[in-house]
Design a protein around this ligand. Structure first.
Ligand code: AMP
Length: 384
């Protein structure tokens, strides 16, 4: 019998132990890849499926032990402090690299890079003082959104300025932020899309079909993939994502959140990790974002990013609905993250797949009626 002698199983270290780490660990297992997770919370939900080290981002003794135990380090959480990422990069292979992480942590650096790469953005201005805010509002006008440059996600750390007279309220809400702010024009977009891409250590680059997303209160509520009627936007998004990835020497999966306005793509944000809008790829694509991220960071060949058919993903925020109607639906898939219910918390998702739009719409409708989620499903049904 021929074949290679099996080396020791590689260990993938994951910084952050939320649902993304959990789904990475689940995808890693059949590849023969072990995972080791670090999180400051002893009940981090990835700890239910992978060994968990409880430590915070400045516990260098614990991080040194962690670095010695793993072959490659990656992230489930992009706000790991830059110092920690650099420190680890001196002791282990870290993908994506700390520079890519640093750019994606700062909305100002991120949007500046988007423009340099040819990706248009909403008009934006840096805001550090109350006077800066007035100046920026004069340039950009209202409506606009004041956002923290760092540590904002899912609509947190944002204030919508409907009228110029809201400036005082916006400053009262966010002005004390130590990391600075950014004012962005409010874009009355036609739709929100995301492109998920993956790049390997030797530069192989692939994208999944574009995903269309709907948010409620800034949090992803529903995704549809492949996004219907995107035409040339697919190749445009792919080219932009490739330029960005090459510029950052990025390794692993990332997502670009995009607004479509007058047929143009505007960059909202880059997530330097697997992304909520890519959860449909678990059942709906030949290789999922989680599997391809593990493959990319470990130097393994990528799997095919083609969709198997059409998919819709419902995000469950705050608490899980009844699983049974999803499980009872043909090609319906349930994902419970094993978290406690809490308002605003992502606690699970469900994906439903089909080979054509009519059948998918029927299955979405079936689930939505049974769970009383017609409102959540409505924009997806309309788009199909
Ligand atoms: P973010 O945390 O920046 O991803 O924002 C969350 C959501 O708020 C986005 O997915 C959009 O639905 C909305 N949003 C953010 N920025 C803008 C903007 N400049 N114009 C219009 N809507 C926005």
């Amino acid at each position: 019998m021929s074949g290679t002698i099996r080396q020791k199983q590689p260990v993938l270290g994951i910084l952050g132990g939320g649902q993304l780490a959990r789904m990475l660990a689940i995808a890693a297992a059949p590849l023969g890849v072990k995972t080791l997770v670090v999180d400051s919370a002893p009940d981090a939900c990835a700890g239910q499926v992978a060994p968990l080290r409880v430590a915070d981002w400045t516990d260098y003794d614990a991080l040194a032990k962690f670095a010695a135990e793993v072959d490659v380090v990656t992230f489930d959480f992009e706000n790991v402090p830059a110092d920690t990422a650099h420190w680890l990069a001196e002791r282990a292979a870290v993908f994506p690299n700390p520079r890519a992480l640093a750019v994606a942590q700062d909305r100002l650096a991120e949007k500046t890079l988007f423009r340099e790469c040819g990706l248009h953005t909403p008009a934006f201005e840096a805001v550090d003082t109350r006077e800066d805010l007035d100046r920026a509002l004069t340039k950009i006008g209202a409506p606009a959104i004041l956002k923290t440059r760092r540590l904002g996600y899912d609509g947190k750390g944002q204030f919508r300025i409907k009228h110029l007279k809201d400036a005082d309220a916006a400053w009262a809400a966010l002005g004390s932020n130590a990391h600075g702010l950014i004012l962005e024009a409010f874009v009355p977009f036609e739709r929100e899309l995301s492109v998920l891409a993956v790049r390997t250590r030797d530069g192989d680059f692939r994208v999944w079909p574009l995903t269309q997303n709907w948010h409620t209160d800034g949090v992803l509520s529903l995704s549809l993939a492949p996004a219907p009627d995107v035409g040339a936007l697919q190749s445009r998004a792919e080219a932009l994502a490739r330029t960005l990835a090459e510029r950052l020497d990025y390794v692993g999966v990332f997502a670009l959140e995009l607004f479509v306005k007058d047929g143009d793509l505007l960059g909202n944000e880059m997530a330097p990790r697997v992304h909520n809008s890519g959860h449909w790829t678990i059942e709906g694509a030949i290789a999922s974002q989680f599997e391809n991220h593990v493959r990319a960071v470990l130097g393994l060949p990528l799997g095919d990013t083609a969709a198997r058919g059409l998919s819709a993903m419902f995000n469950w925020i705050g608490e899980l609905p009844d699983a049974v109607p999803v499980m009872a639906t043909v090609d319906g898939h349930w994902h419970d993250y094993g978290k406690q219910s809490r308002p605003g918390r992502k606690v699970g998702h469900a994906t439903v797949c089909a080979t054509d739009a009519k059948v998918l719409a029927a299955r979405i409708g079936e689930i939505a009626r049974a769970l009383n989620r017609e409102e959540q499903a409505a924009p997806g049904l309309q788009a199909l």
